[in-house]
Design a protein around this ligand. Structure first.
Ligand code: SF4
Ligand code: SF4
Length: 265
C-alpha cells in the first residue's frame, strides 16, 4: 500500500473552508454551533472531536513577505489543520486498549468499537488534536478517510480543495513536491517558506509527520508547537533510571548487612 499522507501548502489556501465542510459531510460529523470566536473570522475555533479539519485564520500586523497590499501592515495566513498521523504517535502509544492502530497506509486510526473513553490519548497528543465527544465519551479524530482509501479514493478534504492546498498521496512523492515548492518560493523571494514536520530529522520528537505543512512564519503563529515531543519518548530513560535506583538501594542494603555481620564476628 505504501506510506500515505497529506502535504498542506498554506501559501495557496484561500480560507474557503471547503475542506472542513467536505470532511464533516463525508464523516457525518455533528456541527459545533457555528459561533464566531470573537477573535477572528474563524467560526469553528479549533480541531476537536467533531472538527477533524480546521482552517485557521491567522491575522498578522505585518505584510506578506515580498508583497505590497492596499491595507498596509496587515496580512492573513490561512492553514487547514488536521491530525498529523505522526510516525511516533503519542495517542497510539498511550492507548491501553489497542483501540488506536497504524493502518496498512501508515496512518493512525481510532477503532470506535474498541475505544473505552479513558482519554489517555488526549493528553498524549503533542498537538492537542484528539478529543473525546461529550455525548458518547469516546475519542475521535481524522481517520485520513480510511474508508475512502480502501476504495482507492482521495480523502474528502483533498478532493474538495479548489487550490490544491491539501494534496494527498505517497509520502515520498509528497516530500519531493513539497521541496520543489519551497525552492520555487525561495526563488520568488519568499525565503521564509519552510517545511514543518516533514521527517524525523526535522522533527525528532515525533519521528516526522505523515501530514506535514509548508509554512511562512514560526510554528507558534499557526498554533503549532515549535518542538513537539511525544510524551513516551523519555519512557525508556525513565525506566532505566528507576532500575538503576533500585539496584543502588539493593547494593546499599547489602553493604549494611555485610557491615553488621563483620561487626558481629
Ligand atoms: S497528531 Fe495527535 S492524534 Fe494525530 S497521530 Fe499524532 S499524536 Fe495521534
Ligand atoms: S479547501 Fe483548500 S483553499 Fe479552501 S480552506 Fe481548505 S485548504 Fe484552504
Amino acid at each position: 500500500m505504501g506510506r500515505k499522507g497529506f502535504f498542506t501548502d498554506t501559501t495557496v489556501c484561500i480560507g474557503c473552508k471547503a475542506c472542513e465542510v467536505a470532511c464533516k459531510q463525508w464523516n457525518q460529523l455533528p456541527d459545533d454551533g457555528l459561533h464566531f470566536t470573537g477573535m477572528s473570522f474563524d467560526n469553528t475555533g479549533d480541531l476537536g472531536a467533531s472538527t477533524w479539519r480546521h482552517v485557521a485564520f491567522v491575522e498578522r500586523p505585518v505584510p506578506l513577505q515580498g508583497q505590497t497590499t492596499g491595507v498596509g501592515d496587515f496580512s492573513w495566513l490561512m492553514m487547514s489543520d488536521v491530525c498529523k498521523h505522526c510516525q511516533r504517535a503519542g495517542c497510539l502509544e498511550a492507548c491501553p486498549t489497542g483501540a488506536i492502530m497504524r493502518t496498512e497506509f501508515d496512518t493512525v486510526y481510532v477503532q470506535p468499537d474498541v475505544c473505552n473513553g479513558c482519554g489517555y490519548c488526549v493528553v498524549a497528543c503533542p498537538f492537542g488534536v484528539i478529543d473525546r465527544r461529550e455525548d458518547d465519551g469516546r475519542a475521535w479524530k481524522c481517520t485520513l478517510c480510511y474508508d475512502r482509501l480502501g476504495e482507492g479514493m482521495t480523502p474528502a478534504c483533498a478532493k474538495a480543495c479548489p487550490t490544491e492546498s491539501i494534496v494527498y498521496g505517497d509520502l515520498d512523492e509528497l516530500h519531493a513536491r513539497a521541496e520543489s515548492r519551497v525552492r520555487a518560493l525561495h526563488e520568488q523571494g519568499v525565503t521564509d517558506a519552510y517545511l514543518y514536520g516533514k521527517d524525523a530529522e526535522s522533527q525528532p520528537g515525533t519521528g516526522g509527520l505523515n501530514a506535514f505543512f509548508l509554512l511562512v512564519d514560526k510554528p507558534e503563529v499557526y498554533n503549532l508547537p515549535p518542538d513537539p515531543v511525544v510524551p513516551t519518548m523519555k519512557q525508556r530513560g525513565a525506566w532505566t533510571s528507576v532500575a538503576l535506583g533500585a539496584l543502588g538501594m539493593a547494593a546499599a542494603a547489602l553493604g549494611v548487612v555485610l557491615m553488621e555481620r563483620g561487626a558481629r564476628t
